[in-house]
Design a protein around this ligand. Sequence first.
Ligand SMILES: *Cc1c(COP(=O)(O)O)cnc(C)c1O
Length: 495
Amino acid sequence: MNEIRYRSTRGGEQGVSASQAILKGLADDGGLFVPESLPEFSVPLGNLKSMSYQETAYEVMRLFFTDFTEEELKTCIRGAYDEKFDTEMIAPLVKKGDAYYLELFHGKTIAFKDMALSILPYLMTTSAKKNGVKNEIVILTATSGDTGKAALAGFADVPGTSIIVFYPKDGVSPIQEKQMVTEPGKNTMVVGALGNFDDCQTGVKKMFNNKDLAARMAEKGYQFSSANSINIGRLVPQIVYYVYAYGQLLKSGDLSEGETMDVVVPTGNFGNILAAYYAKQIGLPVGTLYCASNENKVLFDFFGSGTYDRKREFILTSSPSMDILISSNLERLIYRIAGDSTDKIANFMKQLSGDGEYTITNDMRQQLSAFVGGFATEEQTAGEIASVYKDTGYVLDPHTAVASYVCREKAKAGQVKTVVASTASPYKFTRSVMLAIDREKYESMGDFELVDELNRLSGVAIPQAIESIRTAPVVHDTVCEVDTMQKTVEKKLGL
Ligand SMILES: *Cc1c(COP(=O)(O)O)cnc(C)c1O
């Protein structure tokens, strides 16, 4: 099998092994690691229908993580996809109406981030061992709400690591915040930053790129890595569930071998949909990729015009994990369609941070033909939750509802089998969900009262993740200004 090496989208590094790329997270020049060439999926499609999630995961990950041994990879996979998930299927596919909802929220923190963050700590510690790293790995993460808890759960009390999470203090749901600030892991730290997600992400990226900080950390035996979807160790595990979904559709006889499957993905940082694109690139018969945005529709505008323009108001919505104006992983797509030209990417990214926008060439635009952008307003999102519930009894979370709306509006779900990535349990966003269904009735109820109401109405058992925070004590109460994020980290590490 071909060895896959990684390079920075901005040209500063190349020939990096998978394990080194996982350890570093972000390249030294601020770029993202991308495979120097894309592998090809070699398992016959027909075999997929009899493969478990874990088997599928191995066949996908071995293509990308070529410096891991079979034993190492299988150990990582076994450790990650076990009883932490509340179903043996790991990612069940549920048909409602014309759409197939790929439920990616059966992990520990009931959001799709668990799909990758339950394996990342295993990949990270294996990578450290392989590369003789003795430093403690400090996972530094910005979260729009869901990554935070999923990363905390994954790295809590993992020897040789610690984790610091920054979240926008007023930009996450009450349940999301409660999940994070009650995290008991001894090596964890959670900080509310007084800004929005983009501020948190920019602050974190700055620390990654700060050479002086890195040197002072090394003196004390620390090094940073990232649990955000800029880490290739998060992206690759996300390819798996698209391949698995295809196998499930073959198994149920809904798809025949080689027939195309479309996907609709509720998008924020562009990681999930990029994984679907990679699945297509390695040979899975994926047709159209519908990129669904909420009112922060910078990606919808980009796919329509070829101009990425972040100069606009940041809107807080009921789908906070998609409240993002700088979608980091888009850089990896732009890299592909620029003919792997790192100079072009470095230039675009400079324009983005300087002028706040860039425009791709017509040639590049033509290569985006598989992508279709769509968006849903707050009203349309709430309407989608209400109408899907009314028609089918199935309750969507607001993120999935954005995608479900775009599916109904744009996709041809009646003709082409269409998979909607279902990224969170409705229990994580109980208030928004219940108000969408009946505002008058539920408006005055408390958060946990609403949890019980949702249970009554949907018949879906209350996930352990929710039960366990009902009474859990708050253990993290640090709040900081955006421009003191680094100071907060230095204090924590004793620098
Ligand atoms: C993170 C997240 C998204 C956005 O995914 P990206 O990979 O950042 O595009 C959508 N929905 C939920 C529930 C999420 O947690």
